[in-house]
Design a protein around this ligand. Structure first.
Ligand SMILES: [Zn+2]
Length: 370
């Protein structure tokens, strides 16, 4: 039995520039080929450090670094999110990275071309249970995230945008938000609070105030997009800025703000509170952007829709939020086909799963201060 387990460990050759490295073991799990993690990275001259009780690995080559986690197939490298197509895993008790990590991330870190030649990939000798999942409950234990406030846009006498067939944005927002709350509660130990859980109207300022009063460490607003052009399509994720990234972003912010003007910034009065608010915004900007980027990357994988990118606009509901905050536009309700997709439970589930994965990734990356 022992002989059988050690008979073929799998092999590959890694070409970095004109150097060659023999790699073993090389395993496959399903479609994915896995190569060793920190041992191979260190052989290539990198420094690999585990954080957060072994849930997050940071690797550095000189000034270049990348962060990977066991929860996500996304890697943060050089301020970009790179999709690996599979999560890093413990395979037969050893931390291993998908082959794509060496092809997509390592070339960025080394500034050299990398080619992997797999001679032989074998199935791992034994299955090791997934780590860091609360086995009794089957839920991820969050590292840093304690409480999330989810905000379904519009409601009550404010329907938001409307499809030509009369599907209202407020309904889509609520259905997706309720499903997201349910998924987060089932899959993680994060506490979830909703600004509204039925068809009631809430002023924008009240929503932000609720998030702030709750002491939450993440605020996610869910909306569906509107445009005069019926053919407008796709999803986009916003984080706050006081200026818009383009004219359409400015128009959308005006539409979603529904006539409620942004609070005046510092300089337009000497209200200390306003200055403090502005500092708070700046403080959470980088984290908000990271969350927005992770969501956009996940939605892009999950949905066969146009990726409109991560944008910035002065949304009232995000202004003054005392925590990282994003606004997701899940699709265009004014596009008849997309409106039908947005009320389809199977498609809603794809959106929700993508948002949960993005939140898990965000949590793992932010898990511990460096
Ligand atoms: Zn809206």
């Amino acid at each position: 039995v022992l002989a059988a387990a050690t008979a073929s460990a799998g092999e590959a050759v890694l070409h970095v520039g004109d150097q060659e490295y023999r790699v073993a073991p090389v395993h496959h799990l399903g479609e994915t080929v896995y190569l060793p993690g920190e041992s191979l990275l260190e052989k290539l001259g990198g420094k690999a450090v585990w954080h957060a009780g072994g849930r997050r690995l940071t690797v550095r080559f000189g000034t270049q670094g990348a962060t990977t986690t066991l929860f996500s197939s996304q890697v943060l490298a050089a301020q970009t999110v790179i999709e690996l197509g599979a999560k890093p895993r413990f395979v037969a008790g050893r931390f291993m990275l998908p082959l794509s990590f060496y092809e997509r991330v390592v070339p960025l870190l080394l500034a050299q071309p990398v080619r992997v030649e797999v001679t032989n990939a074998t199935a791992p000798p034994a299955v090791v249970p997934r780590l860091f999942v609360d086995k009794a409950a089957g839920r991820h234990r969050m590292l840093s995230l304690k409480k999330v406030v989810l905000d379904a846009g519009h409601g009550g006498h404010d329907p938001g945008a409307k499809s030509p067939e009369g599907i209202r944005e407020k309904r889509i927002n609520l259905e997706i938000t309720l499903a997201l709350a349910d998924a987060l509660r089932r899959r993680t130990d994060v506490e979830v609070m909703l600004t509204r859980s039925d068809d009631t109207f809430l002023p924008l300022g009240k929503r932000t105030a609720m998030a702030n009063a709750s002491g939450a460490d993440m605020f996610v607003c869910v909306h569906a997009n509107g445009a005069y052009r019926r053919s407008a399509t796709g999803f986009e994720v916003y984080f706050l800025s006081l200026t818009s990234s383009d004219q359409r972003a400015a128009d959308l912010a005006a539409l979603e703000n529904g006539g409620e003007a942004l609070p005046t910034g510092p300089g337009e009065g000497d209200d200390l509170n306003m200055i403090l608010q502005d500092m708070i915004r700046t403080e959470h900007l980088a984290a908000s952007e990271r969350l927005a980027v992770a969501m956009q990357a996940r939605l892009d994988l999950a949905m066969n829709l146009e990726n409109r990118g991560v944008k910035q606009a002065p949304f009232y509901v995000l202004a003054g939020a005392q925590m990282p905050a994003v606004l997701v536009e899940v699709g265009f309700v004014t596009n008849p086909e997309e409106a039908r997709l947005l009320i389809d439970p199977a498609n809603q589930k794809r959106i929700v799963d993508a948002l949960v994965e993005a939140i898990l990734f965000y949590d793992a990356v932010n898990g511990l201060a460096e």
